[in-house]
Write a protein that binds this ligand. Structure first.
Ligand code: ADP
Ligand code: ZN
Length: 206
């Protein structure tokens, strides 16, 4: 099954994608993780996009589309995959329809005013890439999942969060209608516990 997880920054895409990909045994492809990995390794791509990502804007379509196209051609994507963070605008969605037509699009819906707190309280694991909220883990510095080191993402600051939400509204939100008109959209209330959201997703994918 080819699945897209759609939702604002902080809606829980990364958390749910990790759970769902494990349950369904499909590849989890997060463009954000791919970009951050490039930044960390200081690759030519990483050097090019660091300031864009830190500021909360979108990386160039051409580059992003090429990366995803290449990634989807790898053997672990044969059984299907879950895209987390792609597509993020109409141009990317149109491009995706040309090389890999998605089966279902899951929209994690949450009121935007709740998001800022979700993101600014977020701690990310350098090792397993999961993220956690300080409301649940307090000020611990090690990952509850794998023991790796927790850090605060460079773009999880109030200024970049504002920009990311503006970009979401202007560029990503139109995808809801794009996929609704194709009959592929499954909206899920993401303003509840991780378990409840996960159960709702599993139901939709059955
Ligand atoms: P979140 O959804 O929490 O904002 P992601 O990890 O999905 O975070 O993405 C982080 C950043 O990576 C984005 O703000 C953007 O700069 C870049 N990025 C990720 N996916 C894409 C994409 N499909 N197109 C362009 N830029 C992207
Ligand atoms: Zn971890």
């Amino acid at each position: 099954m080819k699945i897209i997880l759609l939702g604002a920054p902080g809606s829980g895409k990364g958390t749910q994608a990790a759970l769902v990909s494990e349950q369904l045994k499909v590849a989890h492809i997060s463009t954000g993780d791919i970009f951050r990995d490039n930044i960390q390794r200081k690759t030519p791509i990483g050097l090019k996009i660091k300031s864009i990502i830190d500021g909360g804007d979108l990386c160039p379509d051409e580059l992003t589309i090429e990366i995803v196209k290449q990634r989807l051609s790898e053997p672990d994507c044969k059984n299907g995959y879950l895209l987390d963070g792609f597509p993020r605008n109409i141009a990317q969605a149109v491009a995706l329809d040309e090389f890999a037509v998605p089966d279902k699009v899951i929209e994690l819906a949450i009121p935007l005013y709740k998001i800022e707190r979700r993101i600014t309280g977020r701690r990310s694991c350098a090792k397993c890439k999961n993220s956690f909220h300080i409301d649940f883990i307090g000020d611990r510095k090690d990952c509850p999942n794998c023991g790796g080191e927790l850090f605060i993402r460079e773009d999880d600051n109030p200024t970049s969060v504002k920009e990311r939400l503006a970009v979401y509204k202007a560029q990503t939100e139109p995808l809801i209608e794009y996929y609704e008109s194709q009959g592929k959209l499954f909206p899920i209330d993401a303003d509840c516990s991780i378990e409840k959201v996960f159960d709702a997703i599993v139901k939709v994918l059955k």
